[in-house]
Design a binder for this molecule. Structure first.
Ligand SMILES: Nc1ncnc2c1ncn2[C@@H]1O[C@H](COP(=O)(O)OP(=O)(O)OP(=O)(O)O)[C@@H](O)[C@H]1O
Ligand SMILES: [Mg+2]
Length: 324
């Protein structure tokens, strides 16, 4: 197999909390991302899924280089991003783009759609300073994402939520990226609109060979779009597998619980209830971080942290007692 487009190794982000100059509390540390490794091939979608606060967005921001990692390494096309020169960084910012969850706050309300979509092209000098060429490219992009190019002079508030997300996607596509980090891109949209945006993303991927890091807390959405899925819990990946295998036969009790909750929403069997609250990322449990809520936990789980290891032909799971 050829080299992956993106390779992430042992990535961590710890936020210092309190302990400031005037604070009486001792300094503490929040482990938002606690040693995460994954790769994404060209044309591939990796779904990153997990409950609120497990570190998905923080991971995405580190990949985008919006946030500096505390530890670990990110390589893009084989090149360590931390060691990139300004020139290489400019190239990286063209190659990797992001689409955000909220299509209402991520678009500048005072700019027209043509300005929003055209700005990254002009910034990178891709239009060669030619205004007519820029305008044509903007029309082409709007058409590509299913928007009427005649609406290029309208402002974001004149569009619906789904249309605004299409504008966000057009803006991301403008500089011909290869990898797009999609952070909950459909979570703010109605179900029927979600399906349209997911279909659009799938079509664009096929047409341009795009790679996606698709972040979502919604397993249904992830299943549609992802080739492979990584499940995160409290800052770590606890299971990773091709989407089909993961949904058919989860190995980690956490994945199993998440899936059973989804099935029961659809009117299937009763959900397997997860006991207790998610622990604080400022006090991650010893051993297996899921053990405090795990129906299969044994004393060993409090002592030894399970590594993310092969548990079946296609699965890796971080569990001492995986589901058979
Ligand atoms: N700048 C920050 N300073 C301190 N803590 C932070 C910061 N950013 C994120 N966190 C914490 O890090 C943890 C992971 O946050 P993150 O936003 O990555 O989660 P998430 O999986 O994207 O959640 P959601 O599904 O709600 O978007 C959370 O406990 C969050 O409160
Ligand atoms: Mg998030």
């Amino acid at each position: 197999m050829s080299e992956p487009l993106l390779e992430v190794r042992d990535l961590a982000k710890r936020f210092p909390i309190g302990g400031g100059f005037l604070s009486r509390r001792p300094a503490a540390e929040l482990r938002a991302v606690d040693g995460v490794s994954f790769s994404i091939a060209e044309g591939e979608t990796l779904g990153l899924v997990g409950e609120s606060g497990c570190g998905k967005s923080t991971t995405g921001k580190m990949v985008m280089r919006l946030l500096a990692p505390t530890a670990g390494r990110i390589a893009y096309a084989g090149e360590d991003v931390a060691g990139m020169t300004d020139d290489r960084t400019r190239w990286f910012r063209q190659q990797v783009q992001m689409v955000f969850q909220d299509p209402f706050s991520s678009l500048n309300p005072r700019k027209t759609v043509a300005e929003i979509v055209g700005q990254p092209i002009a910034l990178l000098g891709e239009d060669g300073g030619d205004r007519r060429r820029l305008r044509e490219r903007v029309f082409e992009l709007l058409d590509m994402v299913g928007l009427d190019p005649n609406h290029a002079n309208r402002y974001p508030h004149q569009f619906s939520g789904g249309q605004r997300q299409r504008i966000g996607i057009a803006r991301a596509l403008a500089v011909r990226p290869k990898l797009i980090v999609l952070d909950e891109p459909v979570s703010a949209l109605d179900l029927s609109i979600q399906a349209q945006i997911i279909n659009l993303l799938t079509d664009l991927q096929r047409e341009f060979g795009l790679s996606y890091l698709f972040i979502s807390h919604d397993l249904n959405v992830v299943e549609y779009l992802s080739h492979r899925v990584a499940v995160m819990y409290l800052g770590k990946i606890v299971e990773a597998a091709p989407a089909e295998a993961l949904f058919r036969a989860p190995k980690h009790p956490y994945t199993q619980a998440l899936l059973s909750a989804v099935l029961s929403e659809d009117g299937g069997s009763a959900p397997m209830v997860l006991e207790g609250e998610i622990p604080s990322p400022m006090a991650v449990p010893s051993g297996c971080r899921f053990r405090t809520r795990c129906p299969r936990a044994e004393p060993r789980c409090a002592e030894v942290e399970p590594a993310l290891e092969p548990r079946a032909a296609t699965h890796r799971a971080a569990c001492h007692f995986p589901v058979s």
